[in-house]
Design a protein around this ligand. Structure first.
Ligand code: ADP
Length: 476
C-alpha cells in the first residue's frame, strides 16, 4: 500500500477529519462538474454552434454518465472507508478520486482538441486540489503522468496517428501549429502543472505547521493554567490551616473552656468568629474553582432536572415565606428528557443562581425558574425582579471576586466567587450561560436579572474521568 500520510501531519485525528471533509467536498464538487459538463455541452451545441461530431457527443454523454456513476459509488461507500494508516483509508480514496478525475478529464480533453481544448486548464485545478491533501511526491508523480500523457496525445495528433477532435465551431479546422509551437506549448503547460503543485504544496505544508505551532502554544497555556491552579490550591490550603486554628480557639473561648470572659469581650470574639467563618467560606470557594479548573469531571449520570430544581426550591421555602418572595417554577419541555450531567455540580450551580435571586430580589419580590427545550439542548432560566445588574457590568459578572457596583456590600454579604463557579460548571458540561438585565420580570424600580443556561442533551465526549470532591465540608 502506498504511504500517503505526509510526515508533517502529526496530529492524525485532525488530519483525518480534514481529509474526510475534503473528500466529501470533492464529491459535491464533482456533482457540480457533471452539471457544468452537461451545461457546457447543451449551451455549446445549441447556442454557440459547437458543431460537435457524433463521436464527440457520445464521448461527452458517456464521460458524464461515468463520472456521475463513480461519484455516486464513492459517495455511498465513503462511510465505510476508515482512517487507519497501512490499510485502504480515506487518503487512498482521495488518490483514487484524483486518478479517476484526471483520466476522465484526459479523455474529454482528447475529444475536444487536446492543445486546443478549452478544458485542459482543469488539470491545473486538479493539481492544486491534490496538493492540499496528498504528499508532494504523489502529486508530482500525477503531474508528471498528466504531462507525459498530454504530450504523447499532442504529438500523436501532430503526426496524424490519432484523430483530430477539435470543436469545429470554436477552432478552424485548417489551423496548423508548427512543431516548435507544440513543443513550446507543452513545456509551458508542464511548467504550469509543476509550479502549481509546488506553490499549493508549500502553502498547505505551512498551514499545517502553523496549526501545529498553535496547538503547542495552547498546550503550554493549558499547562501554565494548571500550574497556576495547583499553586493557588497549595497557597490557599496553607492559609486555611491557621484560619481554622483561630476559628477553633475562638470557639473554645466562646464555649467557656478557657475561663471567664467579660460580656463586651465575648461580643467582640463572636464577631471575630463570624469573620473567620466568612474567610473559610471564601477559601473553600477558591479551592472549589481551582479544583474545577484543574480536573476533568464526570458528567455521565442521567439527571432528572425537574426533580433537582424542585428539591432546591423546597429547600428555600422558609426563606421565600419569611421574605414574602413569590416563586414560580415551570417545566415547559414536552418530553421531560433526562440530562447527562454531574448531579452534584449541577445542583451547586443552580443553588447558587436561585440563592442569588433570593439574595438580590428584596422583600416581596418574584423569582421564576423555567425549563424548556431548544433544539437538542436543555435551557434553564432563573429570573427575578430584584436589583438587577448595571448594563455595562454584565460582561464582567462571571469574573472571580467581581461584585456589581449597585450591591450594598455592607448589607449583602458575598465573595463574588459564586457566578465564576457556576460558569465553570456549565462550561464543563459543554454548555453556556448568559445573563440578561433587566429581566423579563422587570417592573418599575425593579429591573431584575435573568440567567439563561443551555446544556446539550448529548454533550461532546469527556476527555478525562477524574473524580472530584467539591463539597465545602470535605475541604475543612
Ligand atoms: P456574590 O453573590 O457572593 O457577591 P456571585 O458570584 O454569586 O457573588 O455574584 C457576583 C455578583 O453578581 C453579585 O455580587 C451581584 O452583584 C451580581 N448578581 C448575581 N446574581 C444576581 C441577581 N440575581 N441579581 C442581581 N445581581 C446579581
Amino acid at each position: 500500500m502506498i504511504r500517503l500520510v505526509p510526515d508533517w501531519a502529526i496530529h492524525y485525528d485532525d488530519f483525518w477529519q480534514a481529509i474526510k471533509v475534503r473528500n466529501l467536498w470533492f464529491i459535491k464538487l464533482r456533482y457540480a462538474a457533471v452539471i457544468f459538463l452537461i451545461g457546457f455541452f447543451i449551451v455549446g451545441q445549441f447556442l454557440l454552434d459547437f458543431r460537435l461530431k457524433p463521436a464527440q457527443i457520445i464521448a461527452f454523454i458517456l464521460i458524464s454518465v461515468i463520472i456521475l456513476a463513480y461519484n455516486i459509488t464513492i459517495h455511498i461507500t465513503r462511510k465505510y472507508v476508515g482512517c487507519t494508516p497501512g490499510k485502504f483509508n480515506c487518503l487512498h480514496l482521495s488518490l483514487l478520486q484524483m486518478m479517476l478525475d484526471i483520466s476522465a478529464l484526459m479523455i474529454l480533453v482528447y475529444f475536444t482538441g487536446i492543445i486546443e481544448s478549452p478544458l485542459h486548464m482543469f488539470f491545473i485545478f486538479h493539481m492544486i486540489i491534490g496538493s492540499l491533501i496528498l504528499p508532494g511526491y504523489v502529486v508530482y508523480s500525477l503531474a508528471a503522468s498528466v504531462s507525459i500523457c498530454y504530450s504523447i496525445l499532442a504529438m500523436f495528433r501532430f503526426y496524424g496517428i490519432i484523430n483530430n477532435w477539435i470543436i469545429t465551431g470554436l477552432v478552424s479546422e485548417s489551423a496548423h501549429y508548427s512543431f516548435t509551437y507544440i513543443i513550446f506549448f507543452l513545456i509551458v503547460f508542464s511548467f504550469m502543472l509543476f509550479l502549481s503543485v509546488y506553490i499549493a504544496n508549500k502553502i498547505a505544508r505551512q498551514l499545517y505547521q502553523r496549526e501545529q505551532q498553535l496547538r503547542a502554544t495552547l498546550l503550554k497555556l493549558d499547562e501554565a493554567e494548571r500550574a497556576k491552579q495547583k499553586y493557588t490550591i497549595g497557597v490557599v490550603h496553607e492559609i486555611k490551616t491557621p484560619v481554622n486554628a483561630v476559628h477553633s480557639i475562638l470557639d473554645l473561648i466562646l464555649g467557656g473552656f478557657v475561663g471567664e470572659v467579660s460580656e463586651p469581650l465575648l461580643q467582640k470574639i463572636s464577631r471575630a468568629k463570624i469573620r473567620t467563618e466568612e474567610a473559610i467560606l471564601l477559601i473553600n470557594d477558591v479551592l472549589r474553582i481551582s479544583k474545577l479548573k484543574l480536573l476533568n469531571i464526570r458528567a455521565s449520570e442521567s439527571v432528572n432536572i425537574k426533580q433537582l430544581v424542585q428539591n432546591l426550591i423546597d429547600g428555600y421555602q422558609d426563606q421565600f415565606k419569611n421574605e414574602n418572595i413569590e416563586i414560580r417554577f415551570s417545566d415547559n419541555r414536552p418530553a421531560g428528557r433526562m440530562i447527562k450531567a454531574d448531579p452534584l455540580l449541577l445542583e451547586l450551580a443552580l443553588s447558587n443562581l436561585i440563592g442569588n435571586s433570593v439574595k438580590y430580589v428584596n422583600d416581596n419580590g418574584l423569582v421564576a425558574v423555567s425549563l424548556y427545550d431548544e433544539e437538542d439542548s436543555l435551557v434553564i432560566q432563573v429570573s427575578d425582579n430584584g436589583i438587577g445588574i448595571p448594563a455595562d457590568e454584565t460582561e464582567r459578572i462571571f469574573e472571580q471576586f467581581y461584585r456589581a457596583s449597585n450591591v450594598d456590600k455592607k448589607m449583602m454579604e458575598g465573595s463574588g466567587m459564586g457566578l465564576a463557579i457556576v460558569k465553570e460548571i456549565i462550561v464543563r458540561h459543554s454548555g453556556e450561560i448568559k445573563v440578561k438585565s433587566p429581566s423579563e420580570l422587570a417592573q418599575p424600580g425593579r429591573p431584575g436579572t435573568s440567567f439563561i443556561i443551555r446544556i446539550p442533551y448529548s454533550p461532546a465526549e469527556e476527555q478525562g474521568t477524574e473524580e472530584i470532591n467539591l463539597s465545602a465540608n470535605s475541604q475543612k
